[in-house]
Design a binder for this molecule. Structure first.
Ligand code: ADP
Ligand code: ASP
Ligand code: MG
Length: 410
């Protein structure tokens, strides 16, 4: 007998029929003798609907009230699932994030979990009940409702698994595991049997939305065995676990992409100490996160160009700030482009192999895809390209690195 935390995403609870199906899956785990804590998302489309409602009044809406609104989607599904379980003869109890004391900081719309009180859940499990918890939400110290950022139910599930010392955290979704890349872009992408925490962290942070990045951080920190599975078909899914020798020995494990970025360039900046600070200081002060940064080598007239990327939501605000910076630092021009996309190859195998980046650049060049920016780390190479090349770029790289084939065992 094990303690399992299961999480079902929006599509998996998208209708009453699907919720009944989820109830049957939970019951199957109970019949095997397991204790089950279930985390659910809002019904698919519901969080987007709520976002649109608030933004139709004002944008951005008041953050506290926005969280009160967004958290309602999950309250619907916890109760419906519990009703379904009870009607099938299995005692269950639903809880909002606040009711099980998922304590977070007070950063509305992207709060971080600080602590969870697991007593009530353990008591219910002891009484033979299924515990059903609303994903994506918590409360701050003052009792205000907070939400954990889009995709946050994954993080709720892993945090609960860590707090309860669960034997496994199972993330049920609309694909049957983590693939070499988004199967919606490359239909012959391959399901991975295992991925290391480190690679999954990179993939999630570089745009693979199958798991929220914080859920992977949590799982890695607390060593929670994490498995991504399909709600609709049986199968082994993908296990995300610490790196070990038996894992697949591919050079590249996956390709991630992110369409949510925008690029800004400030041209003809005087090339002198402190310039990066003068440009990026005001951006940081406005709470805008910067991703890639490139500064060119200064030209003979002692000026240089400076380029960086931000989230597309922060694009207009960043342009406005740079407009002001331009005057302050005496730059020539500010340019922006929000039709870009970032494509990244990820793999721990890169550590011990040279030439991966040049193979990537060659493949893109052969398709006439211009690379606008490059950034690398030990286990990834990212490029920024025109958005229109997203699908072509991902497909070309997928075949260049032969990701559709099983890697040869080491
Ligand atoms: P849920 O609503 O269950 O949380 P999400 O839409 O958040 O589901 O995540 C599942 C989706 O992630 C898939 O439908 C798929 O399109 C996308 N995805 C992106 N990259 C990958 C990948 N490498 N492997 C699997 N799915 C991926
Ligand atoms: N319902 C939230 C969202 O759509 C949280 C989640 O599904 O994980 O982002
Ligand atoms: Mg999700």
């Amino acid at each position: 007998m094990a303690l399992i935390v299961q999480k079902y995403g929006g599509t998996s609870v998208g209708s009453v029929e699907r919720i009944q199906h989820v109830a049957d899956k939970v019951i199957a785990a109970r019949k095997q003798g397991h204790d089950v804590v279930v985390v659910v998302s809002a019904m698919s489309g519901e969080t987007n609907r709520l976002v649109a409602l608030a933004k139709s009044i004002t944008d951005p809406p008041n953050p506290r009230e926005y969280d009160v609104l967004l958290s309602t989607g999950e309250q619907v599904t916890i109760s419906l699932l519990s009703i379904a379980l009870i009607s099938k003869g299995y005692p269950a109890r639903s809880y909002t994030g606040g009711q099980v004391h998922i304590l977070t900081d007070d950063v509305h719309t992207k709060a971080r979990i600080l602590d969870i009180d697991d007593k009530k859940m353990h008591d219910d499990l002891k009484e033979g009940r299924v515990v059903v918890v609303a994903g994506f939400q918590g409360v701050d110290e003052k009792g205000n409702i907070t939400t954990l950022g889009r995709g946050g139910s994954d993080t709720t599930a892993v945090a609960l698994a860590a707090a309860l010392k669960a034997d496994e955290c199972q993330i049920y979704t609309d694909v049957d595991g983590v693939y070499t890349t988004d199967p919606r872009i490359v239909p012959h992408a391959r399901r991975l049997n295992t991925v290391s925490f480190e690679e999954m962290l990179e993939m999630a942070s570089l745009g693979s939305k199958v798991l929220q990045i914080r859920s992977v951080e949590f799982a890695s920190k607390y060593n929670v065995p994490l498995r991504v599975l399909s709600s609709f078909e049986d199968g082994p899914g993908t296990l995300i676990a610490p790196e070990d020798k038996t894992m697949e020995k591919a050079l590249i494990s996956g390709i991630a992409f992110n369409r949510d970025e925008a690029k800004l360039t400030i041209l003809g900046v005087p090339d002198k100490p402190g310039i990066a600070y003068h440009i990026l200081g005001p951006i940081a002060d406005a709470n805008i996160e910067v991703d890639m940064i490139v500064q060119n080598v200064g030209a003979e007239n002692a000026t240089t160009d400076f380029t960086f990327t931000v989230h597309r939501n922060d694009y207009q605000k960043s342009l406005d700030i740079l407009g002001k910076v331009k005057t302050d630092v005496g730059a020539r021009e500010v340019k922006g482009d929000d039709n870009i996309t970032k494509i990244s190859i990820v793999g721990v195998g890169m550590r011990s192999h040279a030439g991966i980046a040049s193979k990537m650049f060659k493949a893109l060049a052969e398709e006439g895809i211009n690379i606008q920016m490059i950034s690398t780390s030990e286990i990834k190479v990212s490029v920024v390209v025109d958005e229109k090349y997203l699908e072509l770029g991902v497909r070309v790289l997928h075949s260049t690195f032969e990701l559709e084939k099983e890697p040869i065992a080491a």
